[in-house]
Design a protein around this ligand. Structure first.
Ligand code: BMA
Length: 315
């Protein structure tokens, strides 16, 4: 498969790396993790854990090498709190983590599943133990959000994916204080017709800052007679005005191929919410949900991702 395409991401040989069977308490599935490298080099995954009500919460798994020997919190790390935040009544999902040097805190942007659909919620933490919750910052239907690591033009900047009648596209919004959001700008549109990313796209991990621009890995959803297929594409955005797309891959760069990606609670899904960049500034580890069932790992090179975009036409 894919004989003619250079693979930009290489799967870890012993995938999946985390499953419900390893969990210290009962869980149906473990998937779609946010990821960050802590100051001491530890890889922290904030995993989506679905219980047997069908509701999700978030739990931390830590590993010194980012590959194996995961230490998982014995209790849920961040649970929905519908008493204080009624918009979380059906759980919290799909966290994206960004370290904000200005605040000395990690920001977690996640999906809050309300009675009227999913919206975007935000929480801050220093230690992944205590969380300061801001509640919902984007009302339904909206998800697939992440913050940029520093202000742009004096404002915090957020990528998110509201849904409107003509389709699901990626937007940018800006805020002076992480609570009040405006200056909404369309960032990247789903394509149409026969494309792999027709009608519905969304951010995957948070954007990666490079000298050439913000490197964005996004997912595209193809509707087929056999159900949806979730695959990943690449795009590059202007450093000062990240709603301005500079390059976009025509072909998907990663899609479901292995049995653990092809079959599960939801077939044919690869869904990363986090990636880590090694101290070499090049090696990228993508942590992704496989078939909404387990967590898998694939490794790539930022240089190679950027080089692959060089061959694409300019926007
Ligand atoms: C999306 C999100 C993801 C999920 C994917 C496939 O809409 O809800 O959490 O992995 O669908 O089911």
């Amino acid at each position: 498969m894919n004989n003619h395409h250079p693979e930009l991401f290489h799967r870890y040989r012993h995938n999946p790396i985390l499953t419900a069977a390893q969990w210290p308490y009962p869980a149906n599935s473990i998937f779609n993790p946010g990821a960050t490298l802590l100051r001491d080099g530890t890889t922290l995954l904030l995993c989506r854990v679905e219980d047997r009500r069908g509701h999700s919460h978030l739990s931390v798994a830590r590993s010194a090498n980012g590959v194996d020997d995961w230490h998982i919190d014995c209790q849920p790390t961040l649970l929905a709190e519908p008493e204080r935040f009624p918009e979380e009544v059906w759980g919290i999902e799909d966290p994206r983590i960004t370290y904000l040097a200005e605040l000395g805190k990690y920001v977690i942007v996640y999906t809050a599943y309300s009675r009227v659909g999913p919206g975007v919620a935000l929480a801050l933490t220093e230690d992944f133990h205590d969380f300061e919750r801001y509640g919902m910052i984007m009302p339904p239907e909206d998800k697939d959000a992440a913050l940029f690591p520093h202000r742009i033009g004096g404002q915090w900047a957020l990528i998110h994916r509201p849904v409107s009648a003509p389709g699901a596209h990626m937007w940018m919004s800006y805020s002076p204080d992480l609570r009040h959001w405006g200056s909404h700008k369309l960032m990247l549109e789903a394509r149409h017709g026969g494309w792999w990313d027709a009608n519905k796209i969304g951010l995957s991990p948070p954007p990666i800052e490079t000298a050439q621009g913000w490197l964005v890995i996004y997912h595209g959803v193809r509707q087929t007679a056999g159900g949806a297929i979730y695959r990943l594409g690449l795009a590059l955005f202007d450093l000062q005005a990240p709603e301005r797309c500079l390059k976009r891959s025509d072909e998907w760069i990663f899609g479901p191929e292995e049995p653990y990606e092809r079959r599960g609670d939801v077939d044919n899904v690869v869904f990363p919410c986090g990636a880590t960049l090694a101290p070499d500034g090049d090696t990228i580890r993508l942590y992704y949900g496989a078939a909404d069932t387990s967590i898998a790992l694939a490794t790539g090179s930022v240089r190679a991702l950027l080089a692959s975009l060089d061959e694409e036409r300019t926007y």
